[in-house]
Write a protein that binds this ligand. Structure first.
Ligand code: SF4
Length: 451
C-alpha cells in the first residue's frame, strides 16, 4: 500500500517536473547529509532548483551547535510563509540536528503550521513516504526518532568532482560539557573499513580526486569493529590511490603517533591537521571535559611538528566558557601565540539547552565575551597572514577546484596543506593537480602563477 502511494508520488513529481532546494546550515557532516537527502529526492524524480524562491520543495537542513545559527534558521523558515501564501502547492520541510533536540521538532511543527514536514537526522529514508503523504493526501508529517544510527545506504547526489566527503562514523561519546552533538547525533558508530574503501573506489571511478573523511572524533574510529582503528583506516584509504585525503575532526586526547606515522608515510594523505584546542587553561579544559591539559596539548603539537615538519595546523577555540577568568582567557591567547596556527575557527561560547555547561551558574556577560573574541580574531588574523606570507616564493601542488570567487576569469584550488590559491588559468584544469609558484599573500588566501 505504502509502496503504491510512493510510486504514485514519484509519477506525480516526474509528470509535473518538480524541483527541490536544500538550505544547509552547520558543519560538513550536515552538508554530507544534504547530499544524501538530495539523492533521495533525485530518486523520487525531483530536479535541483536554482534557489529556494523557485523550488517546489524547500528543505532546511538545520544545525543546533550555536544559538545564532538556530535564530537564523527560525527567521528563514518563517520567511517561507509568504511564499507559501502565494504558491499553495509549495512544500516546506525542516530536518537535521536542531529537530533532533528534545521537543524542538514538535515545537517548530506547532509554531509554523505552513511547514509540511519535520524530520530528524535518522529519518531520511522515510522521506519518500512523507512526500507521498503530502503530495497524494495533503498530510503533514512529524517524524523524529531518538535512536540514532548510521545511514549510509541511501542514494547520494554529490557535488561534482573533484572533492567528495565520506562519512566514516556517526555520533560522539565524549560529552564535552558545552556540546549538543552527542545528544542529537547519538553514540559513536563506525563504518567497516571495507565499506569506506569501496566508497572511495567508486569516487575514484567517478572522477573525484580528493576525499575528506568525516567524523565527530575520527581518532576514536573503530569502536565496536574488529581489527579496525583510524591509522588502519588511513592506511587502507591511502592504498586506494586517490590523490588526496583529508580528515576531520581529530580530538587531541585520541590523536596517536600511529596516525602521524600513516600521515608521514603516505604522500596522498595531506599534511594538514585540525586539532581543536578549545581553551588554553587546564582548569577550563577540565570544566569542558576535554580530558587533556594545556601541557599535554602543547606536547602533542610538538610531536606533530616533529613527525611532519611544515604541517598546516588549524584549530577551534572558544571564549567565554562559564567561569573563564581574564587570566584564563590570557592562557588561551598565549597558547595561540605559542602554536601560531595557520588558521583557526574562533567562537563565542553559547549555552545549549540540555548540556552541562548551560546549567552552570557562572555564565560570562556578553560584553566580556565580545571583548575577548575581538582580541582573539585579530590575533589569528595576524597569524594567518604571517603563515600566508611565509608561503610566498614557494612552489606548491594545487588541486584546481573551479572558478575563483574572488577574481572573475581566474581559477582556484588548494595546496596540500589546504590553503586556497587563486591563479590565472583555464577551467579545463578543474580536477588537475598543477604546480604553481605562490606570488602574493592576501589576508586569507594566496595568489599563484602556474608553472
Ligand atoms: S568531541 Fe566534544 S565537541 Fe566534539 S562532537 Fe564530541 S562532544 Fe562535541
Amino acid at each position: 500500500m505504502l509502496q503504491k502511494k510512493i510510486q504514485a508520488a514519484r509519477e506525480w513529481i516526474r509528470a509535473h517536473s518538480l524541483t527541490f532546494y536544500i538550505e544547509t546550515y552547520g558543519c560538513q557532516m550536515n552538508a554530507h547529509d544534504s547530499e544524501k537527502i538530495a539523492g533521495v529526492l533525485a530518486d523520487m524524480g525531483y530536479a535541483p532548483a536554482e534557489d529556494k524562491y523557485s523550488a517546489d520543495l524547500v528543505l532546511f537542513n538545520t544545525c543546533c551547535v550555536r544559538e545564532n545559527a538556530e535564530n537564523k534558521i527560525y527567521g528563514n523558515v518563517g520567511k517561507m510563509k509568504k511564499i507559501k501564501q502565494k504558491h499553495k502547492d509549495r512544500i516546506v520541510g525542516v530536518c537535521g540536528c536542531m529537530m533532533q533536540q528534545p521537543g524542538a521538532g514538535e515545537h517548530l511543527y506547532k509554531m509554523f503550521p505552513f511547514v509540511d514536514m519535520v524530520f530528524g537526522t535518522t529519518n531520511m529514508q522515510e522521506l519518500p513516504a512523507m512526500l507521498a503523504d503530502k503530495l497524494m493526501e495533503k498530510r503533514r508529517s512529524l517524524n523524529v526518532r531518538d535512536d540514532v544510527m548510521v545511514e549510509e545506504q541511501l542514494p547520494m547526489l554529490r557535488m561534482p568532482p573533484p572533492l567528495a566527503t565520506v562519512n566514516i562514523m556517526q555520533g560522539c561519546d565524549n560529552f564535552c560539557t558545552y556540546c549538543i552533538v552527542p545528544y542529537v547525533r547519538g553514540r559513536e558508530h563506525s563504518r567497516p573499513i571495507d565499506d569506506v574503501v569501496r566508497e572511495v573506489h567508486t569516487l575514484i571511478d567517478a572522477g573525484y580526486r580528493e576525499v575528506m573523511l568525516l567524523g565527530q572524533n575520527v581518532n576514536s574510529y573503530g569502536k565496536g569493529l574488529e581489527d579496525a582503528d583510524f591509522p588502519k583506516l588511513l592506511d587502507a584509504v591511502a592504498k586506494t590511490g586517490i590523490p588526496r585525503i583529508r580528515f576531520m575532526t581529530s580530538h587531541p586526547k585520541d590523536a596517536s603517533m600511529a596516525m602521524l606515522e600513516q600521515m608521514a608515510k603516505h604522500d596522498n594523505i595531506c599534511k594538514q591537521l585540525h586539532l581543536p584546542v578549545q581553551a588554553g587553561s587546564t582548569r577550563v579544559l577540565q570544566e569542558m571535559n576535554r580530558r587533556y591539559t594545556r601541557e599535554q596539548y602543547l606536547r602533542l603539537i610538538e610531536q606533530v611538528r616533529a613527525a611532519i615538519p611544515g604541517i598546516f595546523l588549524s584549530t577551534d577555540v572558544m571564549v567565554g566558557f562559564p567561569g573563564e577568568t581574564d587570566a584564563e582567557f590570557r592562557e588561551t591567547v598565549t597558547l595561540m601565540e605559542q602554536v601560531k596556527y595557520d588558521t583557526a575557527f574562533t567562537f563565542v561560547y553559547s549555552p545549549r539547552r540540555g548540556t552541562k555547561a548551560a546549567a552552570m551558574t557562572n555564565q560570562i556577560p556578553e560584553n566580556i565575551k565580545q571583548q575577548r573574541i575581538v582580541e582573539l580574531v585579530a590575533l589569528q588574523a595576524k597569524h594567518t597572514y604571517e603563515s600566508n606570507l611565509a608561503s610566498v616564493g614557494k612552489i606548491e601542488e594545487i588541486l584546481i577546484e573551479g572558478p575563483s570567487t574572488k577574481d572573475a576569469g581566474s581559477i582556484c584550488g588548494r595546496t596540500d596543506g589546504g590553503k586556497m590559491v587563486n591563479l590565472q588559468g583555464s577551467l579545463d584544469l578543474v580536477g588537475s593537480i598543477v604546480r604553481a609558484e605562490i606570488t602574493e599573500a592576501k589576508k586569507t588566501t594566496l595568489l599563484g602563477k602556474l608553472l
